[in-house]
Design a binder for this molecule. Sequence first.
Ligand code: PLP
Length: 379
Amino acid sequence: MHYLDNAATTPVDPEVLCTVTETLKNYYGNPSSLHRLGMQSEDVIAEARGTIAQSLGCAEKELYFTACGTESNNIAIIGAALARKGWADNVVCTGYEHPSVEMPMRFLENFGFTLKIVKPDKNGVVSLEDILNAIDSKTAVAAVMQVNNEIGTITDVAEAARRIKEKNNRTAVHVDGVQGFMKIPFGVNGTKIDSYSLSGHKIYAPKGIGALYLRSGHNIKPPFTGGGQEKGVRSGTENIGYIAGMAKAVSLAKDDIQKRFDNAKELRDYMKAELSSLNDVVINSPENASPYNFNFSVLGVRSETLLHYLERYDVYVSSGSACSKGLGSHTLTAMGLSRERIDGSVRVSMGKYTTREDIDALLEGVSSGMASLAKNKRR
Ligand code: PLP
């Protein structure tokens, strides 16, 4: 099997699975309970928080567990905007954000905020100057993603935060770090970033667990309430097994980030060189993109058709992002690319298990698919 859809989700690492099952078995006390079993569960959460906080370069008290990256983005964006409602009237995000950022931004329009969207250029890069131009004295929140999920554009989010704060110190700077966390070396320490989202299932932990960094002193009004867990930022009984599993995934990754990155880069460079030599293939990822998220188009062949053709080779890729199922790529549309390029776009996303054999299988499948599907087209 050649699994090349790691940006959609990753398989659970066997060691992580072991941690999850052991934790679920041994720590079933509710962490809010005052008895010993409850306190033991609380200790498991505290240890996991410490591990992840250290990897993100923040204090333990600045890290909150959530159900997923989507929830983290919603809490950070809606929470920061509501806390600034008194003086602010607009919010800003880039035009290629994941729906879990763009939709809460749109939701804020119901509360009287105007949404300003800063589009990427045709190379898939959002200009920092354009973002700064959108920010004014009444901007409540600005969201800038660290690594674009579809084409892999990397943004220097520390620099973006610094410049945004220079323009308006009261604007909350939110970073969706879901595709960057534990993939590119990074820490929030020393930056002006107010909030940063991450998700477990992109780093070999299960689906349904995430976390949110909130800088100490950063003011948000959590959009939903309940029992007050996670200091009221995310009410709801904690998923102890998955929290421990995500921490295990982080500890497995943390000394391996550079090695995994170099492997992905070598494979991406090889794939890119091979694909570039084919007629009718256009590369959509910009230069200096994350090697984990690579995007290209085969002109004249619909990506869904190629995607299913590749399944014969046991190769699994994505068309656009998994979340945009059937809708056509959000990012490529924002870049203003032609319909043909959007319709033929394929995302190959690598992970720590990806090998040269996987890429060779993909290349063989693409070449054969192009010949065969183009032949069908002529008939
Ligand atoms: N942000 C980005 C950039 C993503 O790629 C994803 C998932 O694909 C998310 C947020 C949402 O994360 P989750 O699936 O944990 O809700």
